[in-house]
Design a protein around this ligand. Structure first.
Ligand SMILES: NC(=O)c1ccc[n+]([C@@H]2O[C@H](COP(=O)([O-])OP(=O)(O)OC[C@H]3O[C@@H](n4cnc5c(N)ncnc54)[C@H](OP(=O)(O)O)[C@@H]3O)[C@@H](O)[C@H]2O)c1
Length: 208
């Protein structure tokens, strides 16, 4: 698949690396083109870095790897998102990481869908710490990634992408279920950073 990553931070660089090491063609978009180009050359595997709009133009799937408060300005820079799948990985956390900025009656994913009505927004990866993205960090474990979306085809495509990276894609229902998935991400942050576990935990939902 042709995937664009917007953002060169912990999640953006980690996702770009594992996608590129898999079978995917990756472009990286940044506010700072030089930063994207440097990251792309560090990753190798044919990854291309540039400005946000150029990275998005080349992709079918766009991963928004930026903090939720910057979604609006970032999506303005992304250009035409019609027919694109837009993966929202965010946990809309407060500056002290201890609470959520939105919840109960909406979610970051739903707000992002409002900001990009032409895109097919899919929630995924918000409960996976950046430290657990490299496959060697997950050795022996298949972690669950909760995938929520309103568009069935987009959900299926993102689930295939998730599986290709060695995670178990769990159908988490409609996009509005992000209202429940995002607080689980916040709880994971508490385990990782405030309750002494370190960023190595991931929520798993046993079945059967
Ligand atoms: N870290 C985790 O373990 C983790 C786990 C699950 C979900 N998430 C979610 O993933 C998203 C990214 O998290 P992260 O840990 O990768 O964050 P990060 O390391 O702080 O990187 C965020 C990136 O956002 C971009 N950005 C765009 N506009 C920005 C602005 N106005 N100010 C600052 N940065 C801006 C920057 O990339 P450019 O400079 O290239 O534009 C920056 O590198 C967040 O929504 C977070 O909730 C994180």
């Amino acid at each position: 698949m042709q995937v664009a990553i917007i953002g060169t931070g912990n999640m953006g660089s980690g996702l770009a690396s594992i996608l590129a090491q898999s079978t995917h063609e990756v472009t990286i978009g940044s506010r700072d083109m030089a930063k994207a180009a440097t990251l792309a050359s560090q990753i190798g595997h044919g990854v291309v870095g540039g400005d946000i709009e150029a990275a998005v133009k080349m992709a079918d799937i766009v991963i928004l790897a930026i903090p939720f408060p910057f979604a609006e300005e970032t999506l303005k820079a992304a250009g035409d998102l019609s027919k694109k799948i837009l993966i929202d990985i965010s946990n809309p956390i407060t500056p002290d990481f201890q609470g959520l900025l939105v919840g109960h009656t909406t979610s970051a994913a739903e707000e992002i869908q409002k900001l990009a009505p032409q895109a097919k927004v899919v929630k995924a990866f918000n409960t996976i710490f950046a430290q657990l993205l490299p496959s060697e960090a997950r050795a022996g474990k298949t972690l669950q990634v909760f995938v929520a979306a309103d568009n069935a085809d987009a959900k299926a495509e993102v689930s295939t992408l998730v599986q290709s990276l060695g995670f178990d894609a769990i159908d988490a229902g409609p996009l509005s279920n992000s209202r429940f998935i995002e607080p689980i991400g916040e709880m994971n942050i508490h385990f990782g950073y405030f309750l002494g576990w370190g960023p190595v935990s991931a929520p798993m939902w046993p079945r059967g």
